[in-house]
Write a protein that binds this ligand. Structure first.
Ligand SMILES: Cc1cc2nc3c(=O)[nH]c(=O)nc-3n(C[C@H](O)[C@H](O)[C@H](O)COP(=O)(O)O)c2cc1C
Length: 192
């Protein structure tokens, strides 16, 4: 298991990580992808508004979308994300559908949905690597996004490369020690 946890958690939390080295030869089936987005679908959200939206490009199946998402990425992310068979954008509807008022939890709820997606992926031996490093303007332009829909993250999805099969530099990045703040820095009042 990848993550050296201090307290007992379900295996999926020990397994989830954001790899740089993806296996470029291993595609993700439609069934697997549907399961990932089904997990996102069942996330909790303010007023059950479900403000998350995804644009998904699959290499070999929806190449134009894959290329569009790739094109939005900054160079540092293009360098490794080019090996991912699936590239997606995570977006949020900024206003509630039921009353048209601003939903100040929209980005939060997109994050919850994407976390669910990433954990489902980890349970299946897949991995999701989110990226803030992309051009929002280019995404708006390429995907003709309406006002009120905000792209927040790009995501690379695929199977991590087996050790020794990926590119050296990327594998080196992936073998860095895993780090987290201590629990007592995160839980700042009260205790257990
Ligand atoms: C909103 C968000 C934006 C991120 N942006 C980038 C990015 O542009 N490039 C990148 O290489 N990693 C990016 N990451 C990945 C983080 O660096 C990574 O999640 C963090 O280092 C913790 O590592 P782990 O996910 O393997 O546990 C991003 C993650 C999130 C959630």
């Amino acid at each position: 298991m990848r993550n050296p946890v201090d307290h007992d958690v379900q295996n999926v939390f020990r397994k989830r990580w954001s790899p740089y080295a993806y296996d470029p030869d291993r595609d993700v089936s439609s069934e697997q992808l549907k399961s990932l987005f089904e997990a996102a679908r069942w996330a909790m959200s303010s007023f059950n508004a479900q403000p998350w939206r995804y644009i998904v490009g699959v290499r070999g199946r929806s190449d134009d979308i894959w290329k569009g998402v790739y094109e939005t990425l900054v160079d540092g992310n293009r360098e490794w994300a080019r090996n991912a068979p699936v590239l997606a954008l995570g977006l949020a509807e900024l206003n509630y559908e039921h009353n048209g008022k601003p939903n100040r939890h929209a980005a939060h709820d997109l994050g919850a949905a994407s976390a669910s997606l990433a954990l489902e992926a980890a349970a299946r031996g897949l991995a999701v690597h989110q990226m803030g490093g992309f051009s929002v303007d280019r995404a708006r332009e390429l995907f003709d996004l309406p006002d009120g829909v905000e792209p927040y993250t790009a995501m690379a999805i695929g199977y991590p490369a087996e050790r020794g099969t990926g590119e050296g530099e990327l594998e080196k990045r992936d073998s860095k020690p895993r780090q987290r703040k201590a629990l007592n820095e995160l839980v700042i009042r009260g205790g257990f």
